[in-house]
Design a protein around this ligand. Structure first.
Ligand SMILES: NC(=O)c1ccc[n+]([C@@H]2O[C@H](COP(=O)([O-])OP(=O)(O)OC[C@H]3O[C@@H](n4cnc5c(N)ncnc54)[C@H](O)[C@@H]3O)[C@@H](O)[C@H]2O)c1
Ligand SMILES: [Zn+2]
Ligand SMILES: [Zn+2]
Length: 369
C-alpha cells in the first residue's frame, strides 16, 4: 500500500516527507495506522557516524494507532484494536522466556539495525520502497512509526482501552516506560527511599513521577534547564539541583549522607561519576542515557557495596507495565501527558530541533493532522 513517511536520507539531512510503498503484513506482523508517534532521543542515533542503522531509514519507535490488518499466524489482536507499539523482542531466547524481553539476545538486531537483520544496509527485500523502487529501512524498533502506517512486530503490540487519548500514548512505548520502569522494576525503589535523577527530560521526568508513585521520601532532580527543574518539582521532586561539577556535597546533604538510588539519563561520564559519588553505601546507580564517551571509574569508587546497573527499556514487559502506567494516569498519579507537545508529522524537523534545544520535552508527531 502507499503510505507517507518521514524518511531520513543522510546522517546530517533533515527528514523529508515522502510517499513509500509498504508491503502487506508478513508472518508475525501487524499493519497499524499511526495516530501519534513520540520522538525519543534514540531516534537520533542513526545520525551518529558508523551507527548500525543507516539511512535511508524511517525512524520512530513510540507509535500508537489502530490495527488495520494482521499477518499470518498473528493471534489475539484484531483490526480496529487501539494499540501502543513498544520495542521488539524474539520471544524465544533465554531472557525473553525469563520475562526480560528488553534484554532479548537479539535486541540490537531487532530494534537498532533499522532492517531487523544482522549488519547495516538493505539487500532489497525489505518491506518498504521509495518512489524510485529503492529500499528504505522500515523495521526500526520493529515499527518505523514516523509514518501514516507502520508494519509492527506483533511482539511489540500493547492493546489499550478505546476511551484513552490514543494520540498521546506512543511515548509509553519507550521513553516513559524506560524512566518509570527503571525506578519501579529495575531499581525497585521502595517507600521511604531516596532517589536522585540526573537529566529531567522525557526519561528523567518519567522516573521522577515513578519515584513519587513508589513513595520515595526524597526525590532529587538534576538538570541544566531551570524550566525542566521547575516541572520536576511539580511532578514530584522534593528538591532540585542545577547540574555542575561540584554538586556531590549538596546531593549527599539532601539525601542525608548519600542516595540509595540514582538514575543517569544524560549518558555523560562526568555525570555518572557524580552519581556514583552521591550514592550511600550499598546504593545503586542505573544507567539509561546513550553513552557519549567511555566511562572511567576507579574500582575504589565502588567499595562499600555500590552498584552500577545498565538498564534497557526499564526492564519492562510492555504488555504488563504499560496498562499499569495507564491506570496510574487515570487516577492522576502519573501525568505523563504533561511532557507532551504535539506537531503534525510534516513538522518533524521542527520537533527534532525543539527536542534538542530543550524547549519541548516530548514531541509527539501526528501523521493525520
Ligand atoms: N536505555 C534505554 O532503554 C533508553 C530508552 C529511551 C531513551 N534512552 C536514552 O536516554 C537518554 C535520555 O532521553 P530523554 O528523551 O530523556 O532525553 P532529553 O534530552 O530530553 O533529557 C536529557 C536531559 O539531561 C540533561 N542534561 C544534559 N547534560 C546534563 C548535565 N551535565 N547535568 C545535568 N543534566 C544534564 C538535559 O538538559 C536534558 O534535560 C537519551 O540518551 C536516550 O537516547 C535510553
Ligand atoms: Zn529474545
Ligand atoms: Zn526510545
Amino acid at each position: 500500500m502507499k503510505i507517507e513517511a518521514a524518511v531520513l536520507r543522510g546522517a546530517s539531512a533533515t527528514y523529508a516527507i515522502e510517499p513509500v510503498e509498504l508491503a502487506p503484513p508478513g508472518p508475525g506482523q501487524v499493519l497499524v495506522r499511526i495516530v501519534g508517534a513520540g520522538f525519543c532521543h534514540t531516534d537520533m542515533l542513526p545520525r551518529t557516524p558508523g551507527f548500525m542503522a543507516r539511512p535511508p531509514l524511517i525512524t520512530g519507535h513510540e507509535g500508537a494507532g489502530i490495527v488495520e490488518e494482521v499477518g499470518p499466524g498473528v493471534t489475539g489482536i484484531a483490526p480496529g484494536a487501539h494499540v501502543v507499539l513498544s520495542f521488539d523482542s524474539c520471544g524465544a531466547c533465554r531472557n525473553c522466556l525469563g520475562g526480560h524481553p528488553a534484554y532479548c539476545e537479539h535486541f540490537l538486531r531487532l530494534n537498532l539495525t533499522g532492517s531487523g537483520r544482522e549488519g547495516a544496509g538493505l539487500d532489497g527485500d525489505g518491506p518498504a520502497t521509495d518512489r524510485h523502487g529503492q529500499p528504505v529501512a522500515a523495521r526500526w524498533f520493529g515499527q518505523s512509526s514516523f509514518a501514516t502506517h507502520a508494519l509492527a512486530s506483533a511482539r511489540s503490540i500493547v492493546e489499550v482501552d478505546e476511551d484513552l487519548p490514543l494520540e498521546l500514548l506512543g511515548p509509553l512505548g519507550c521513553g516513559v516506560q524506560t524512566g518509570a520502569g527503571s525506578i519501579l522494576l529495575a531499581l525497585r525503589a521502595g517507600a521511604g527511599s531516596s532517589v536522585v535523577v540526573f537529566g529531567a527530560g522525557g526519561v528523567g521526568l518519567s522516573a521522577v513521577m515513578a519515584a513519587r508513585v513508589a513513595g520515595a521520601a526524597t526525590i532529587v532532580a538534576v538538570d541544566l534547564h531551570e524550566s525542566r527543574l521547575s516541572l520536576a518539582r511539580e511532578l514530584g521532586a522534593t528538591a532540585t539541583v542545577h547540574g555542575g561539577d561540584d554538586i556531590v556535597a549538596r546531593l549527599r546533604e539532601l539525601t542525608r549522607g548519600g542516595t540509595q538510588y540514582a538514575l543517569d539519563t544524560t549518558g555523560n561520564p562526568a555525570v555518572i561519576s557524580t552519581a556514583v559519588d552521591a550514592l550511600r553505601p550499598t546504593g545503586t546507580v542505573g544507567l539509561v542515557g546513550s553513552p557519549s564517551r567511555p566511562l572511567t571509574l576507579s574500582p575504589a569508587a565502588l567499595t562499600q557495596g555500590k552498584n552500577v546497573k545498565g538498564i534497557l527499556e526499564g526492564d519492562a514487559v510492555p504488555q504488563l507495565f504499560i496498562p499499569q502506567l495507564l491506570e496510574l494516569w487515570r487516577q492522576g498519579r502519573f501525568p505523563f501527558d504533561r511532557l507532551v507537545r504535539t506537531y503534525p508529522l510534516s513538522a518533524i524537523n521542527e520537533a527534532e530541533r525543539d527536542s534538542v534545544a530543550g524547549t519541548t520535552i516530548k514531541p509527539v508527531l501526528l501523521p493525520g493532522s
